[in-house]
Design a protein. Structure first.
Ligand SMILES: *Cc1c(COP(=O)(O)O)cnc(C)c1O
Length: 386
């Protein structure tokens, strides 16, 4: 099959030419002074986009490696953990929490909705035994966000640790690790940053380290170990294992581009692209998945399937017939996702995605107002640039 003309998926995303050029750099030995210096520089650039003074750990592997390693490091048997569930990643975190031996508490809402700060506050008031709150900042499979700006400080004020999957959150929404008192955050390079898949970026607060050091079950001498990275690399300048040299070149380049554009500007670009996309989808006559615009993510717009259509069939038709790779619901529901993530947040990308999606619906027997939708989206885009 030919390559797609446009990849408008929810990660891995299309990367810029500059990032691709960085990924083509010669391989260096990992103890080459040039590589080591680059690794240290990259850590501080990650700290800048996270807005933190906390330690940054760069684990080599999909963001999942960081998420699992961090959770295993923090959880002690019998510990009471409150998990917020509004989508498939949150649900999965709960399985881990139980599996690692903690007492699982959950607040769960529909996957088109978001857990509210008031629900969390009420639960914490009634359950003083909770030691940690786990949440997913941006539920990519359903395109909803959690109010981390409210829930983070609420936990921090009560001395409750926070473990946050912000894999598609950082750069796709305002993010203040230190100001919000967030203890452990994990982001991925292949989402809003527009970097390579295969690197997990993790911030760890001093409070989280205390908890990890006090935990005899925290992985050591393991691919999942945060402590190995802290002690061997941050402490002694020895890598626990050979980093993925190429991915690190790509990551630093993507970070440079984000920092040159400005963190706030990148976040605003995602928000603007989401506004264009939502306006277009609505004017086409499509129904958005998120129950309220305030909880709709800025990096991906989820759209409910018209009656009788299957999300994977829609995704495959847009790819096969129009050369546009969209994302399906990935188990979150019968929805299709039009992403505006990383380099595809902005410009005409959303217009292309809307055109492919609208015509796909029409081809499959669910007619929509394609022209009206594109015009509405272009109106918003034009007004934004005015
Ligand atoms: C992408 C993503 C992950 C990482 O999952 P993969 O299946 O490895 O891509 C984790 N959490 C969220 C919210 C994500 O968007």
């Amino acid at each position: 099959m030919a390559l797609p003309d446009f990849t408008l998926s929810a990660g891995p995303v299309t990367v810029s030419e500059r990032t691709r050029a960085a990924l083509a750099r010669p391989i260096l030995y990992h103890y080459d002074p040039e590589f080591r210096a680059g690794f240290v520089r990259t850590q501080s650039k990650v700290a800048e986009i996270f807005r933190t003074k906390n330690d940054i750990i760069l684990m080599q592997g999909e963001a999942i490696v960081g998420l699992e390693g961090a959770l295993r490091s923090l959880i002690t048997p019998g510990m009471h953990v409150l998990n917020l569930v509004q989508g498939v990643f949150g649900k999965g975190t709960g399985y881990w929490i139980k599996d690692f031996g903690a007492e699982l508490h959950e607040i769960e809402v529909g996957y088109d909705d978001a857990v509210s700060p008031a629900q969390v506050e009420e639960y914490l008031d009634a359950h003083p035994e909770i030691e940690m709150v786990c949440l997913v900042a941006s539920e990519t499979p359903s395109g909803t966000v959690t109010d981390v700006a409210a829930i983070g400080p609420m936990c921090s004020d009560r001395g409750i640790l926070t473990y946050i999957d912000t894999v598609s959150g950082v750069l796709g929404m305002p993010w203040e690790t230190d100001e919000w008192g967030l203890d452990l955050c994990v982001a991925g390079a292949q989402k809003c940053l527009g970097g390579p898949a295969g690197v997990a970026m993790i911030s760890v607060s001093p409070r989280a380290w205390e908890k990890i050091y006090a935990n005899p079950a925290a992985p050591r001498d393991s691919y999942l170990s945060l402590l190995d990275w802290k002690e061997k690399w941050l402490g002694e300048g020895r890598f626990p294992y050979t980093p993925s040299v190429t991915d690190m070149f790509g990551l630093e380049s993507a970070l440079d581009q984000a920092l040159e554009e400005g963190v706030d500007a990148v976040v605003a670009r995602h928000r603007s692209a989401a506004e264009v996309t939502r306006a277009g989808a609505r004017a086409m006559g499509l129904e958005l998945w998120a129950v309220r615009d305030e909880i709709a993510s800025a990096c991906v717009t989820s759209i409910r399937m018209p009656d009788g259509l299957d999300n994977a069939v829609v995704r495959d038709h847009a790819r096969a017939v129009y050369g546009v790779m969209l994302s399906h619901g990935q188990g979150a529901g019968n929805l299709v996702r039009l992403s505006h993530m990383g380099p595809t947040a902005g410009g005409l990308h959303s217009i292309v995605g809307l055109a492919a999606l609208g015509r796909t619906f029409a081809d499959l027997g669910a007619p929509v107002d394609i022209g009206g939708g594109l015009e509405a989206a272009l109106d918003v885009l034009s007004a934004q640039s005015a």
